[in-house]
Design a protein around this ligand. Structure first.
Ligand SMILES: [Zn+2]
Length: 118
């Protein structure tokens, strides 16, 4: 049984095949859950243990696709995760199929000045 994406208007519900669609469950933390709930407005809807949101509603940056493993010699090895994880405090952005790199690159363009070269 495929899980249903909670986002209204989302067309990616119910994949016809058993394609490996990545979903994320609602968080357990009440605080964060509340923020998810507000981000995904839906009438007559209460998130349940089965409520999920599809991976395409999250920013690429917020998804953990690899696990960093510290080896005995101190180096770090990255292992691809079968089940992706979300970073703590991640809220869905409801960006439906946006190219992941174009999401909000214009918002924080701080002027960087380096004119004090001696
Ligand atoms: Zn969706």
């Amino acid at each position: 049984m495929p899980s249903v994406c909670c986002v209204p208007g989302c067309k990616s519900n119910y994949p016809p095949t058993t394609e490996n669609v990545k979903v994320f469950k609602y968080p357990n933390e009440a605080d964060l859950k509340d923020q998810w709930f507000r981000k995904i407005p839906r009438e007559d809807f209460t998130p349940t243990a089965r409520s999920v949101v599809y991976i395409n509603h999250f920013k690429n940056d917020d998804i953990i696709k690899k696990d960093a493993i510290t080896l005995p010699d101190g180096s770090t090895e990255f292992k691809a995760l079968k089940r992706f994880k979300l970073k703590p405090k991640t809220i869905p952005c409801i960006c439906l199929n946006l190219p992941s790199d174009l999401s909000d690159s214009h918002t924080n363009s701080l002027p960087l000045r380096k004119d004090s070269e001696m």
